[in-house]
Design a protein around this ligand. Structure first.
Ligand code: AHR
Length: 553
């Protein structure tokens, strides 16, 4: 079915006025939730970079996922899996982060450039991870062959339309190695030895003009186990000088682990002490949602739940954990503002998503691979809505990770390929990219469940809205597993001419796609009613994500 065909339109113009008024009265009584969009209260432009992605040399992300090799029988473009390149380009990635993650702080960019046959094999950072299932064969996921390097990554970005965001190795390489990587990527054709090296061996003559550079990753953990004070010194050493070549370089500092406000406060304090923030453009916040649940410990490894066969309570607990994103953003923002009063530095949530325990991965070489159900789609919708509501603070976000790992958008193994429910959310939400976020007020009953024998609740509906010219896009997720929410939606400040709705899921929170059933979950036409009084009514099914497109009169 073509995309256009399943985007349905429900326009009230087919009803008589009397019928519309009767319906309006009935629906007003029925509505148990309300969403009000305030057109006159813009929050900020939704940066396309919020629709960012993350590619790490980890399990099946690069090898088997993206890179199949130039001589593969699997359809490819310069060695890159064609099916993935095409599907990815369709959802317009704003930015793509590479090569890690923890891997970044063990990676030497020189290993991945030059003649492919001469590239060294190295142990991958993740080689000894406790999550590896027994009996996994050796391969590039354990001993990296470096067949996929900087030039291949940049080509992947060019083919899919995402801007490259490179994470520099701060733990085990020097500042000189970092600025030489900048030189390799950005020096004009024919100017430096590294520009010549880029032009040779299938690289590019013209510079890549990479703007976004991460200065280390999780420097409080795998990226060096530094204290915030120590990291500030290392950061300054790296950030002090690099050749600009006319590019407005934007550095992303290795920010806090979740709610560690002390890390943010110390780092910003140290930079302020020495006179300011220089090229620090973003502060990287990481927040994974785990399944800490009844009887489980909060331990990093033991605390995770099932990816597919999860009890209801784990669904709610996971969404509750994901929903902490809102306070993480506002709390770190407040701390940053103590030192950076103009808020020149923005938040970059460069790792987010669901993280389950091993067992639901589609192939045993896909370390940290996991199934992706409607629960993940709800999590993605709710989190993107949160970023929109804070469009003035969040300048970039990167879901972890693109393929075969954590909250993936794609599954790929050998010649098999499928998109996940999370992919469909990114597809649906596309219209928000670059639009003006609008203040949106939601009033809905909370979703209730039982946790360790006691009643508990999480946020009911979650929503956000944005405007581009005459188009207002509203996205809504319903995390409740049993309750449909009959909702009345009002726009303050304009009249609506037409409403179109598409929706994902509804009912079965465990619905998912697989290689055998790649289209079990997909976008469907939805319904809404435009009433004579100008309001819209729409019902949101349990465990669903919905987009309404309102054309203004
Ligand atoms: O995404 C997997 C890992 O999670 C990343 O490598 C690391 O940065 C984080 O701890």
């Amino acid at each position: 079915m073509k995309r256009r065909e399943f985007i349905g339109a429900t326009v009230a113009s087919g009803l008589t006025l009397a019928a519309r008024n009767g319906l309006a009265a009935r629906q007003s009584k029925l509505a148990d939730a309300h969403i009000e969009v305030l057109l006159e209260e813009p929050i900020g432009r939704i940066a396309p970079e919020i629709y960012g992605h993350f590619v790490e040399h980890l399990g099946g992300v690069v090898y088997d996922g993206i890179w199949v090799g130039e001589n593969s029988k699997i359809p490819n473009v310069n060695g890159l899996r064609k099916a993935l390149v095409d599907a990815f380009a369709r959802i317009k990635p704003g930015v793509i982060r590479w090569p890690g993650g923890c891997f970044a702080d063990s990676y030497n960019w020189r290993d991945g450039v030059g003649a492919r046959k001469d590239r060294p094999r190295r142990p991958n950072f993740w080689i000894d991870a406790p999550e590896w299932p027994k009996g996994v064969p050796d391969g590039p996921w354990r001993y990296d062959t470096n067949q996929f390097g900087t030039d291949d990554f940049v080509r992947f970005c060019q083919l899919t339309g995402g801007q490259p965001y490179l994470a520099a190795n701060l733990r085990s390489l020097t500042a000189k190695d970092f600025y030489e990587w900048v030189d390799y990527c950005n020096s004009p054709a024919g100017t430096t030895t590294l520009a010549d090296m880029r032009a040779a061996h299938g690289g590019a003559r013209e510079p890549y003009n990479v703007r976004y550079w991460g200065i280390g990753n999780e420097s409080w953990g795998c990226g060096g186990n530094f204290s915030a004070d120590e990291y500030a010194i290392e950061y300054r050493r790296f950030a002090e000088w690099a050749p600009r070549y006319g590019v407005n370089l934007a550095y992303i500092g290795s920010g806090p682990n979740g709610g560690d406000l002390a890390w943010s406060r110390k780092f910003f304090g140290k930079l302020a002490e020495k006179g300011g923030f220089g090229k620090l453009w973003g502060w990287g916040l990481h927040h994974y949602s785990w399944n800490v649940s009844q009887g489980r410990t909060t331990d990093w490894f033991e605390g995770k739940g099932e990816g597919l066969n999860f009890p209801d309570v784990e669904h709610y607990e996971l969404i509750a954990h994901a929903d902490q994103m809102e306070s993480l953003i506002t709390n770190h923002w407040a701390v940053m503002g103590e030192f950076d009063r103009q808020h020149r530095v923005k938040l970059v949530v460069d790792e987010w998503g669901a993280w389950y325990k091993p067992g639901s991965e589609l192939h045993n070489t896909h370390l940290l691979g996991q199934q992706n159900t409607m629960r993940d789609a709800v999590l993605a919708g709710l989190t993107l809505d949160t970023f929109h509501r804070h469009a003035d603070k969040v300048a970039m976000a990167n879901i972890a990770q693109l393929v075969n790992c954590l909250q993936a958008l794609f599954f790929a193994h050998e010649d098999k390929f499928a998109v996940t429910p999370t992919y469909h959310v990114f597809d649906m939400y596309l219209l928000h990219q670059g639009a003006e976020s609008l203040r949106t007020q939601v009033s809905a009953p909370r979703a209730s469940y039982t946790r360790a024998g006691k009643p508990a609740t999480i946020r009911g509906l979650s929503a956000s809205a944005s405007r581009k010219d005459k188009l207002v896009t509203i996205t809504v997720t319903n995390p409740d597993l049993t309750q449909t929410r009959e909702t009345e939606i009002a726009l303050r400040g304009a009249a609506i001419k037409e409403v179109k709705v598409i929706t994902l899921g509804g009912g079965n929170v465990k619905a998912h796609n697989s290689f055998e059933q790649p289209n079990a979950v997909g976008l469907k036409e939805g319904k809404a009613v435009l009433r004579a009084d100008g309001a819209v009514t729409c019902s949101f099914a349990p465990a669903s994500v919905t987009r309404l497109q309102l054309t203004l009169a």
